[in-house]
Structure formats: structure tokens, C-alpha cells
Write a protein that binds this ligand. Structure first.
Ligand SMILES: CC(C)(COP(=O)(O)OP(=O)(O)OC[C@H]1O[C@@H](n2cnc3c(N)ncnc32)[C@H](O)[C@@H]1OP(=O)(O)O)[C@@H](O)C(=O)NCCC(=O)NCCS
Length: 203
């Protein structure tokens, strides 16, 4: 597949962002998802282990966040997907990429609503997004980080085939604490090798 560039008209198409797997459908986040975002991301447990999600999650914050995503899409600097269950179309969480165009690299971020944890959903969703990143956008590298107090997210990164690259000590101020951040990364060549070895690696 050819790489997309910032001014490519396809870069803004809704269809391009429709990704699906056995259990999940990912679609570009829209204002129709705002109430679900506020309800699920409003849980303190989601804010506690993420850098940017506020708590409490005020009325209007979801709409503001979703509206802010349009510029990133137009400029090719980011994309956010809503994650839905194929069975009943329940909204279960979100996954996104922040793209550094100059370095052809993206940072992956994600959350899943508490009632849906530990079903493998975020791993399955991120596998779709990695495929998009490497095969549709031809990115060179994808990174992700988690607070050291959040080993669940580290496990997700391992399951995605990302390599642990190091810890930045007391790197982020989260509420009253300076927290360690553990960084993971995967290169396109590693992704391709892994996928040729494990074509059915969802889960
Ligand atoms: C991190 C998060 C996205 C995981 O979503 P999820 O859909 O439950 O993740 P998955 O089910 O795909 O995988 C979770 C893995 O962590 C494992 N796990 C669960 N609790 C764990 C713990 N305390 N320590 C280590 N691993 C743990 C699960 O067993 C599973 O691994 P397995 O498949 O090998 O058994 C979700 O917990 C979340 O949204 N947390 C709050 C927001 C957040 O932290 N986002 C990420 C910021 S870096």
C-alpha cells in the first residue's frame, strides 16, 4: 500500500479509518461518541494512569477533545478511533496515534472503559492501528509509554511485539507524584517480520 501524505485527499476520508477485526470495529471518533467518552473516560481509574485525561471529566470536555482532532487529521499529525464491539455496537474505548511527520514516527495511546477490561480488546484494537500505521501510513516507528505503576499497559505493549527501551525516571507529574515512564517501541521491519511469522497474532 502506498504511504499517505499530509495533503493527500484520502487522508481525511472516513472510510480510511474504518478498521475491523473478529470482535471489534474501529471508526474515526465523532461527536456522536461524546457521551460515551465522558461516561467511560470519566472513571477516575482511566485518568489515574494516563497523561492527558482530566478528572473530573467536565461536561463539554469530550466534545472539545473530539473537535480538536479535526486539525490533526487534516495535517496528518494524528488520528483517534472509537472502539466498538461488533456484536452489539457498544462503545468500549479509544485508541490514537500522534504522528511526528519529520521523523515518520507515531506515539500510540489508548484506554478501555473499566467494565470491559481484561478481554483482550485493547490489544486487538492496537493490532489494527499498528497495521494502519505501518502498512497504510508507512510509518517507520511506533512508540508508546506507560507509568511504571501500570504494568497492565506494559503487558499490552509486550503482546503487541513492542520492545521495552527504557525508563525515564520521575518524568511526568501526575497529580501529587512524579512518576516513572516506561517506553516501548517497534520498527516497521520488526512489525513486518513478526507478522510474517504470526499472521493470526490477535489476542
Ligand atoms: C491498560 C488498558 C488499556 C488495558 O486494556 P485491556 O483491554 O484490559 O487490555 P488487554 O485485555 O488487551 O490486555 C491486558 C493484559 O494485562 C494483563 N494484566 C491485567 N492486570 C495486570 C497487572 N496488574 N499486571 C500485569 N499484567 C496485568 C492481562 O492479564 C492481559 O494480559 P494477558 O492477555 O497476557 O493475560 C486498560 O486497563 C485501561 O484503559 N486502563 C486505564 C487507561 C490506561 O492506563 N491507558 C494506557 C495508558 S499507557
Amino acid at each position: 500500500m502506498r504511504p499517505l501524505h499530509q495533503n493527500d485527499p484520502e487522508a481525511n476520508s472516513t472510510e480510511l479509518y474504518e478498521l475491523s477485526s473478529e470482535r471489534l470495529q474501529l471508526r474515526r471518533m465523532t461527536l456522536a461518541d461524546a457521551a460515551d467518552v465522558q461516561r467511560l473516560a470519566g472513571d477516575r481509574a482511566i485518568a489515574a494512569t494516563t497523561s492527558l485525561i482530566p478528572h473530573p471529566y467536565s461536561d463539554g470536555a469530550a466534545e472539545q477533545w473530539i473537535e480538536s482532532q479535526a486539525d490533526d487529521l487534516t495535517q496528518g499529525t494524528g488520528a483517534v478511533w472509537s472502539i466498538f464491539l461488533r456484536d452489539d455496537q457498544a462503545f468500549v474505548g479509544a485508541v490514537g496515534l500522534n504522528v511526528d511527520i519529520e521523523s515518520n514516527r507515531a506515539e500510540l495511546g489508548y484506554w478501555i472503559g473499566v467494565p470491559y477490561w481484561n478481554n483482550g480488546y485493547v490489544t486487538e484494537a492496537c493490532q489494527l492501528v499498528l497495521e494502519y500505521a505501518f502498512m497504510k501510513r508507512a510509518l517507520h516507528r511506533v512508540v508508546a509509554h506507560h507509568f511504571s505503576s501500570n504494568p497492565t499497559s506494559g503487558r499490552v505493549m509486550e503482546k503487541l511485539g513492542m520492545k521495552r527501551e527504557g525508563t525515564l525516571r520521575q518524568h511526568f507529574r501526575k497529580w501529587d507524584d512524579y512518576v516513572d515512564c516506561v517506553y516501548y517501541g517497534i520498527l516497521r521491519e520488526e512489525y513486518q517480520t513478526r507478522n510474517s511469522e504470526q499472521p493470526e497474532s490477535i489476542g
